[in-house]
Write a protein that binds this ligand. Structure first.
Ligand code: CP
Ligand code: NVA
Length: 301
């Protein structure tokens, strides 16, 4: 493992090893206190962030490393100098690059030219750190993930893509429920179906909400991702039946609710579900740090 750009680059054993290491680091933080001693990580963010930025910063500190945050929000990477020159320079000082970019091509360009590991902290296509934290959370509440039945409902997006690939790698079952026109990207669906087939998993795509029957958890995300200029008023009616609310949780007896956050309360999910007993959202947020620390320890030691 040289970089973490997409979960599709991992083998099943690499994924399982990352989840196990994350659990070890979470259970025994003192053992990893010096894991990144003397290591410096540059974090570049072209888009806003709460969880990713803070969990990487504090997580790196807990491992004994140092992080430098670069706010690119006032100018995309590659404007003042090329992405390749940027990556080449940062590689002279830093031991790893964490990047959140609008285009996944920028992440690929960083990885192609940096001589140090690059970690995707969200692009338009993938959010692998999020999916790792989510699978860690599901492992904590369900135990063995090979029998996992996860449903994602809402807009097919970067988070959906990474979840599909992660669940497929585990050989588990994933159902993606979206309104017509908002399914995940076809080429990622094909990738995930191939990975699922190779590992005995399945991936079902449907506009039918009743596919929530018998799933362990329902996951949702914003209906409008960063960088998408769609107006909520233009899509609200189409998405209304895909809101996760208490009636739906009860009708389909769904055990757990998940969201990567930030949530739009009253839009894709109601307060009752967000704050209810089935909600795993804060456990997911906490696990961002442990999952990312497992990635950093794996890539840098
Ligand atoms: N879930 C997530 O990535 O949150 P942020 O956008 O706040 O980092
Ligand atoms: N799909 C969302 C995830 C935010 C963490 C976005 O890209 O804006």
């Amino acid at each position: 493992m040289k970089h973490l750009l997409s979960l599709k680059d991992l083998s099943q054993s690499q994924l399982l090893a990352l989840l196990e290491l994350a659990q070890k680091i979470k259970a025994n933080p003192a053992e990893y206190r010096h894991a990144l001693d003397g290591k410096n990580v540059v974090m570049l963010f072209e888009k806003p962030s709460l969880r990713t930025r803070v969990s990487f910063d504090i997580g790196i500190n807990k491992l004994g490393g140092h992080c430098v945050y670069m706010d690119q929000q006032n100018g995309a990477l590659g404007k003042r100098e090329s992405v390749a020159d940027f990556a080449g320079n940062i590689s002279q000082w830093a031991d790893a690059i964490v990047a959140r970019t609008f285009s996944h091509l920028t992440i690929d360009a960083l990885a192609n030219t940096a001589s140090v590991p690059v970690i995707n902290a969200l692009s338009d296509l993938y959010h692998p750190c999020q999916a790792l934290a989510d699978l860690l959370t599901l492992k904590e509440v369900l135990g063995d993930l090979s029998h996992l039945k996860l449903a994602y409902m809402g807009d097919g997006n970067n988070v959906t893509h990474s979840l599909m690939l992660g669940v497929a790698l585990l050989g588990a079952q994933m159902t993606v429920i979206c309104p017509e026109g908002n399914f995940p990207d076809g080429f990622v669906v094909t990738q995930a179906q191939e990975v699922a087939a190779a590992h005995g998993g399945s991936l079902l795509l449907t506009p039918d909400v009743s596919a929530l029957e018998n799933v362990d958890a329902v996951y949702t995300d914003t209906w409008i991702s960063m960088g998408d200029d769609t107006e909520l008023s233009d899509i609200e009616a189409k998405f209304a039946q895909y809101q996760v609310n208490q009636a739906l949780m009860e009708q389909y007896k769904v055990k757990y609710f998940m969201h990567c956050l930030p949530a739009h309360r009253g839009v894709e999910v109601t307060d009752e579900v967000m704050d209810g007993e089935t909600s795993l959202v804060l456990q997911q947020a906490q696990n961002r740090m442990h999952a990312q620390n497992a990635v950093l320890v794996t890539l840098l030691s």
